[in-house]
Design a binder for this molecule. Structure first.
Ligand SMILES: *Cc1c(COP(=O)(O)O)cnc(C)c1O
Length: 372
């Protein structure tokens, strides 16, 4: 096959598949065409975005503005935050856990069984000890189990990894409850990392508020850039308290900067693209985006309930959860299926797509009904 044809076939396939993704948290309604000209430059954000750097084909200024934007959304203390644009939520989580381990090398990590799979791998990479805490039925951390387990390990520093929007049910762990438990047990050496890969982008707009940010007690927060905001390539952001990361920063003379990031070379285009997206949307636009998704999720839940499927959502969630679907529907709609199935009503998911999905669900039910 010649190369041109192969490229065209790939493109046709991507166009076709793109519209059927309703089971994965990736927004597809973006337009970055005015940035295409930047693909002509070898942008590399190597080094710390806040430090002087000898490599100047970079977008550190935009990167800092992306960090500022989320620091404000996450109510960081005005002078006590730091962060950078990562390769995705997994790297952001790795950074949060790395920072925590550097501060408390002998700590025990606590995370719930609904935690994203990247966290276990990160804990393994960092050679940390950990204990899995039970989840409640909705996917949220079981606070009683956390308290009892912490009590038994009171002599060790505690790193608690909370999730703000679990992968399967979009459950949100309450950071202020976790903080309260650590206080009650008088565990002074503690660190809370909040994995907010999906829901961090709209967490500030959820009503009533679910505690997850710096004011609520988090020491670092991670989000993915390619999920709710949307980007042609994976990206993420890590935010941490500057006072904490200052305690572990090391200087590297080769790049004339501080080696504070997990990877060396870093994607400078993704910082630029994220910057462009948040500048275009603004906080108001991001909020409208969330309200729209929430409305679609309500619609989806109602339509599923109407055909007798017990679909449900966690409070403020854009993820609709219902019993496992058939392999055929799972393939067609690219649905992530575990013990249950979910539809994630990302901003690009339309009521029309939900209607088409409902038609498929109904037509699948019918032959069974006629057989009975
Ligand atoms: C998606 C996700 C991650 C991983 O993020 P990537 O950007 O895919 O690396 C981590 N945690 C949660 C809860 C997620 O939803």
């Amino acid at each position: 096959m010649d190369n041109e044809r192969q490229i065209e076939e790939l493109r046709a396939k991507l166009i076709q598949e793109k519209d059927r993704v309703i089971g994965y948290p990736v927004a597809k309604d973006f337009d970055y065409s005015s940035l295409y000209k930047f693909l002509a430059y070898p942008i590399n954000n190597v080094g710390d975005p806040y430090e002087a750097n000898t490599y100047k084909v970079q977008t550190h200024e935009m990167e800092r503005e992306v960090v500022d934007f989320f620091a404000q959304l996450f109510r960081a203390a005005p002078k006590d935050y730091w962060g950078y644009v990562t390769n995705g939520g997994s790297e952001s989580n790795l950074y949060g856990l790395y920072l925590a381990r550097e501060l408390y090398p002998k700590a025990m990590v606590y995370f719930s069984e609904s935690t994203h799979y990247s966290v276990r791998k990160n804990i393994h990479l960092l050679n940390l000890s950990s204990i899995t805490i039970r989840s409640q039925e909705n996917g949220e951390l079981d606070y009683e189990d956390l308290e009892n387990t912490l009590q038994l390990n009171r002599d060790k520093p505690a790193i608690v990894l909370t999730t703000f929007g679990t992968t399967m049910t979009e459950a949100k762990d309450d950071v202020s409850k976790v903080k309260g438990i650590l206080k009650k047990l008088a565990i002074q050496n503690h660190y809370i990392h909040c994995d907010a890969a999906l829901a961090g982008a709209y967490g500030a707009f959820i009503e009533p508020r679910i505690p997850f940010d710096f004011e609520d007690g988090a020491d670092s927060i991670s989000i993915s850039g390619h999920k709710f905001i949307g980007s042609p390539f994976p990206s993420g952001v890590i935010l941490a308290k500057r006072s904490l990361r200052d305690r572990i920063a090391r200087s590297i003379s080769y790049i004339g900067s501080l080696d504070t990031t997990i990877t060396g070379s870093r994607n400078g285009h993704s910082a630029l693209f994220l910057w462009y997206a948040i500048k275009k949307m603004g906080i108001k636009g991001l909020e409208a985006r969330y309200r729209h998704s929430l409305e679609t999720a309500e619609y989806c839940k109602k339509e599923l309930n109407n055909i007798g499927i017990p679909a449900w959502t966690n409070k403020g969630a854009i993820t609709v959860v219902f019993p496992k679907v058939s392999p055929c529907i799972k393939e067609k709609w690219q649905l992530a299926t575990d013990e249950a199935t979910h539809i994630i009503c990302m901003p690009n998911v339309t009521k029309r797509q939900i209607d088409e999905f409902i038609v498929d669900m109904v037509s699948e039910k019918e032959p069974v009904a006629s057989m009975a």
